[in-house]
Design a binder for this molecule. Structure first.
Ligand code: SF4
Length: 361
C-alpha cells in the first residue's frame, strides 16, 4: 500500500476489516481493466486480502487483446514506402509473426511514437509528401480523441492522415465472459475510465441478466478496496447491481458528448480478440463518411490470418483462466526485456504487472 496520510491508512484498515468480515466463503472477482491490474499489483492488494477473496485479471488491456492478424496487418502497412506510422509507445515492441514495429524501424521504416492524436495530425501537416497512419488501438476511453482527429482531418482536408481502426468496445467481451462455462467469477470490478465515457447502462445486463454484480471502480488503492467492499456487501444483501464507486469521475449516463463523437465517426463491426476469437459487434470501424481517412480502405490492406505466438498463453490470461505465473514461459523465456507475447510488453499487461511487482497469483 502506498504511503499516505493517517486517515488513508485508517480507511484502508477499515475496508480490509470489512472485507475480512464479509468474505467468510470464497469469492472471485475479475478486475476487467489493465490499469486496475497494475494498481492491484503495485499496492500488493492481493496479499492484503483474505484467502477467500481471489482477484483475477480480465481482458482490459487494449494492446494485449489486439489480434496477431491485426498486428501483422499494421506491420505490413508500416513497411510501405512513404508511410509514417504514428503510434502510442506501448505498441512499438509488440511482436508480430516475424518482427515488431521496433524491428521494422531498425530496418528503416518510419515509425514515430506520439502522445496524442493531435501529435499525429501535426505530423501529417508537417509531412505533406508522406502518408501518416495512426494506429487506433484502445477502448472507449481513447476512442473519442481518435474520432475528433478524424473530424479535424475531414474539416481541414488533411488528406495524408488516416487511422487504422483496431478499436474495441468492452460490453460484448463482458457478455462472452458472463456465459463462459470455464470461467468461475462471482463479480466484476468494472473499468472506471471506460465507464466515464459509456456510463453504466451498457453494463447493466451483467447484473440483470446474469446475476453478476459489478462496481465501477477508480484506480487508487482505496478505490479498489472500497470497490471490493461494495461487491461483498451486495453478496451479503443478496443483490446484483452495477454500482459506481468512482463517483468523482463516472456519471451513470457517461459522457454524452464523447458518445456522440464516437457514434458520428465509428460504427460497430465484428472484431477478433487475441486468444478469444471473433466477437460480434465488439469492434469499431470507420463510417463511410470518413472513408478517405480510413487506412484499411485507403491502402486496400489485405486481411491476414496469423496464428497467435506459439507457447504464449495470453489468451487464457485475458479470459481469466490462468494467472500469468501459470504460463510455462513466464519469467523464464518471457520477460519484459525479451517478451514473447503482448501481455508482457504492455505497461497494462497482466504478465508485465505480475513480473514487475513479483505477484504470485
Ligand atoms: Fe504470453 Fe509471456 Fe504472458 Fe506467457 S508470460 S502468457 S508467453 S506474455
Amino acid at each position: 500500500m502506498k504511503k499516505g496520510s493517517k486517515e488513508r491508512q485508517a480507511k484502508a484498515k477499515d475496508y480490509l476489516a470489512e472485507i475480512k468480515a464479509l468474505a467468510q466463503s470464497p469469492y472471485t472477482i475479475m478486475e476487467v481493466c489493465g490499469t486496475h491490474t497494475v494498481a492491484i499489483a503495485k499496492n500488493a492488494i492481493r496479499e492484503l486480502l483474505p484467502d477467500t477473496v481471489r482477484l483475477i485479471s480480465g481482458p482490459g488491456c487494449p494492446v494485449c487483446v489486439t489480434d496477431s492478424s491485426d498486428i501483422d496487418r499494421y506491420l505490413y502497412l508500416a513497411a510501405q514506402p512513404k508511410v509514417i506510422t504514428a503510434t502510442f509507445g506501448d505498441m512499438i515492441r509488440v511482436p508480430g509473426t516475424d518482427k515488431s514495429l521496433q524491428g521494422l524501424r531498425a530496418e528503416g521504416a518510419d515509425v514515430r511514437v506520439v502522445y496524442s492524436t493531435q501529435d499525429a495530425l501535426e505530423l501529417a501537416r508537417s509531412n505533406p509528401d508522406k502518408e501518416v497512419v495512426f494506429l487506433g488501438v484502445g477502448f472507449e476511453t481513447t476512442i473519442p480523441t481518435v474520432a475528433v482527429s478524424l473530424e479535424i482531418a475531414k474539416r481541414e482536408e488533411i488528406k495524408n492522415y488516416s487511422v487504422l481502426s483496431m478499436h474495441k468496445v468492452v460490453p460484448p467481451v463482458l457478455k462472452l465472459l458472463a456465459v463462459d462455462d470455464q470461467l468461475a467469477v462471482d463479480a466484476f470490478l468494472h473499468p472506471g475510465h471506460v465507464c466515464s465515457i459509456i456510463g453504466i447502462k451498457p453494463l447493466e445486463f451483467m447484473a440483470g441478466d446474469y446475476g453478476l454484480p459489478g462496481a465501477v471502480t477508480g484506480f487508487d488503492a482505496l478505490d479498489i478496496l472500497e470497490g471490493i467492499v461494495m461487491l461483498l456487501r451486495q453478496r451479503a444483501e443478496e443483490r446484483s447491481d452495477i454500482e459506481i464507486q468512482y463517483q468523482r469521475v463516472v456519471r451513470a449516463e457517461g459522457n454524452p458528448q464523447a458518445k456522440r463523437f464516437i457514434e458520428q465517426v465509428f460504427e460497430p463491426v465484428d472484431a477478433s480478440w487475441r486468444g478469444i476469437g471473433l466477437i460480434p459487434q465488439s469492434g469499431l470501424g470507420i463510417r463511410e463518411d470518413y472513408s478517405l481517412w480510413d487506412a484499411a480502405r485507403k491502402f486496400s490492406l489485405p486481411v491476414f490470418n496469423s496464428p497467435d505466438t506459439p507457447g504464449c498463453r495470453c489468451g487464457d490470461v485475458l479470459r481469466g483462466l490462468i494467472y500469468p505465473t501459470q504460463c510455462p514461459l513466464f519469467a523464464k523465456h518471457c520477460t519484459p526485456m525479451k517478451p514473447v507475447g503482448p501481455c508482457m510488453v504492455s505497461t497494462e499487461g497482466s504478465c508485465a504487472a505480475y513480473h514487475r511487482y513479483a505477484q504470485k497469483g
